[in-house]
Design a protein around this ligand. Structure first.
Ligand code: GMT
Length: 383
């Protein structure tokens, strides 16, 4: 990339396990490789980042202050101050916030404090910032305001863009910039994975990876697996952790499949698990995109999921996986059993899934879309 097109980007994200942080981190790393300078801003180091060894990548910690009269430290304010200071110090061209709450509000406040200097603000909506937490009456007006004040807004699926307009009556155009995945990392490794030790001889592997929040409905994964086990010798691998983990374990015990289920906890890299999976189950309600489904497709694993939210933009029913009506555990299990019993069909779906990733969700393609969004935002901010 020509030097004059290289930007200094402030990337605001959550550092913890979760899709929005992963997308922000990976995007920042790709943009840095394309010649941009990327400054990550968060309250701790994003878990996928290794600043020390990556060129053009910096990390800035937001300092939180605790004060006895505050109910909790004010992250929104501290973040606004950090964005403001860094914009001046690093001469940023654009601030890109991932997840509207409260990042878009902090960025707006920073911009106001910087006036008359203008800085371009880009807000990427990821999911529950719109469908759950952002639409709570206690936050809704602030989130709507911050979206409207952004110089450019993106959403990870058309479904999420439509939800945003429906729930917030926003007028700012929303560009759809899907999640992406590195096909070199998420690829079929033909079972080379130390996690193999959790799988018995001749057992098929059913995989689920999530943050175990209620929206993921991990209970439905366990229920479907109990039905799958009636027909196929299989093992359920559950990767991740979160509020519903214990309930999932109790349910597995109750349904008599605890012995066939492995709770593997959180892992920084998940590519290994896909390489030993025969089918990936996703049971979320209102999933804005479903990054894990994309990773599975990239690794040639067919996805069986509820048809809803942005999932239908990711998984092509009958081609890269199977979609069933929301809540229909019976159908979920039936489709998974068909794939587990028909290896040829499952492998064909896996190949189609990977092709879809290569055609539509490759990193360079999506990074280029974000670069175009930055240029729009800069032009708008300077107007
Ligand atoms: O909304 C969340 O659960 C948080 C967020 C995250 O940080 O994990 O996930 C959302 O963003 C991901 C990355 O864009 C999407 O792939 C997920 O579909 C989306 N989650 C939901 O919509 C539930």
């Amino acid at each position: 990339m020509e030097r004059k097109n290289c930007l200094k980007i402030g990337m605001v994200c959550y550092p913890t396990y979760g899709g929005s942080g992963v997308v922000a981190t990976e995007l920042g790393r790709y943009l840095a490789r394309r010649g941009h300078t990327v400054h990550f801003i968060s309250y701790s180091m994003p878990f996928r980042l290794a600043v020390a060894s990556e060129e053009n990548v910096h990390y800035h910690k937001v300092n939180l202050i605790d004060y006895p009269v505050f109910p909790s430290p004010s992250y929104t304010l501290s973040l606004a101050v950090k964005i403001m200071e860094l914009t001046v110090q690093a001469e940023l061209d654009v601030i890109h916030v991932h997840y509207a709450v409260p990042h878009a509000v902090s960025a707006y406040l920073a911009r106001q404090m910087l006036a008359p200097r203008r800085i371009a603000l880009v807000t990427t909506l990821h999911g529950t910032d719109i469908t759950l937490v952002g639409s709570h009456p206690a936050l809704h007006p602030a989130v709507r305001f911050a979206i409207e004040q952004s110089d450019a807004v993106t959403a990870v699926s058309q479904w999420l863009a439509d939800q945003t307009v429906g729930q917030f009556q926003t007028t700012r155009p929303i560009a759809v910039t899907p999640n992406f995945v590195d096909p070199e990392i998420y690829r079929c490794r033909h079972g080379e994975c130390p996690m193999r030790r959790f799988v018995g001889e001749g057992e098929k592997v059913v995989l689920h990876i999530s943050n175990f929040r209620p929206v993921k409905r991990v209970g439905d994964v366990v229920r479907a697996f109990a039905k799958i086990r009636e027909k196929v010798k299989a093992r359920l691998l559950l990767v991740g952790d979160g509020p519903e983990r214990e309930a999932a374990e109790d349910l597995a015990r109750e349904l008599g499949v605890l012995g066939a289920t492995a709770f593997l906890g959180r892992h920084t890299s998940t590519e290994c698990f896909y390489s030993i999976a025969d089918v990936f189950l996703l049971t979320s309600k209102n999933e804005a995109f479903g990054l894990a489904a994309l990773e599975a497709m990239s690794a040639q694993v067919p996805v069986v999921a509820y048809a809803g939210g942005g999932i239908v933009e990711v998984v092509t029913d009958g081609a890269t996986g199977c979609l069933v009506s929301f809540g229909d555990v019976e159908a979920l299990a039936a489709r998974a059993v068909e794939l587990l019993q028909d290896g040829e069909r499952a492998r064909a779906m896996g190949r189609s899934g990977r092709q879809k990733v290569l055609d539509q969700f490759a990193p360079d393609r999506i990074a280029a879309q974000y670069e175009a969004v930055y240029q729009t935002a800069i032009a708008t901010a300077l107007r």
